[in-house]
Design a protein around this ligand. Structure first.
Ligand code: SF4
Length: 136
């Protein structure tokens, strides 16, 4: 793992084995994956704005999901499995709304077409592929 999100970070440089806050590598990986999924959602949130679509569900979810990745907010791996999958579910719904409004709905960026696994093991593998690191 590598995290330099907050002022507690090891040596002022970054936590790499376990977080000074207690964050474990599995949770760090899932949080990174959630932020990645949110990037994909943001592609359609931005496109939606151009097409006149302002989706409250996507907006509220984005704030809540990002908040869950802040220091000491949530260290439950299963919670991140649910959030990552919910993020992609909302992205796909928003994509449909954007398409219906005449916006572009075929973005090919990896984050915009990311399809998560439903379980921890699958998500760890997805993270390892994304970051090109060994599977946890
Ligand atoms: S959030 Fe935790 S793991 Fe990340 S820099 Fe702060 S103390 Fe380290």
């Amino acid at each position: 793992m590598f995290c330099y999100q907050c002022e507690q970070t090891a040596k002022g440089e970054g936590c790499s084995n376990i977080g000074v806050c207690g964050k474990q590598p599995d949770v760090a990986a899932l949080q990174d994956l959630l932020v990645y999924a949110l990037k994909g959602l943001s592609v359609y949130a931005l496109e939606g704005r151009k097409a006149g679509v302002n989706d409250r569900e996507a907006n509220v979810f984005t704030v809540e999901a990002l908040f869950s990745t802040l220091t000491n907010v949530d260290f439950d791996p299963q919670r991140f499995v649910a959030l990552i999958n919910k993020c992609v579910e909302i992205r796909e719904k928003l994509k449909g709304k954007v398409k219906a409004a005449g916006g572009k709905s075929d973005y090919a960026e990896a984050a915009a077409i990311f399809q998560p696994e439903q379980n921890l093991e699958g998500l760890y593998c997805a993270y390892a592929r994304l970051r090109q690191v060994p599977v946890l």
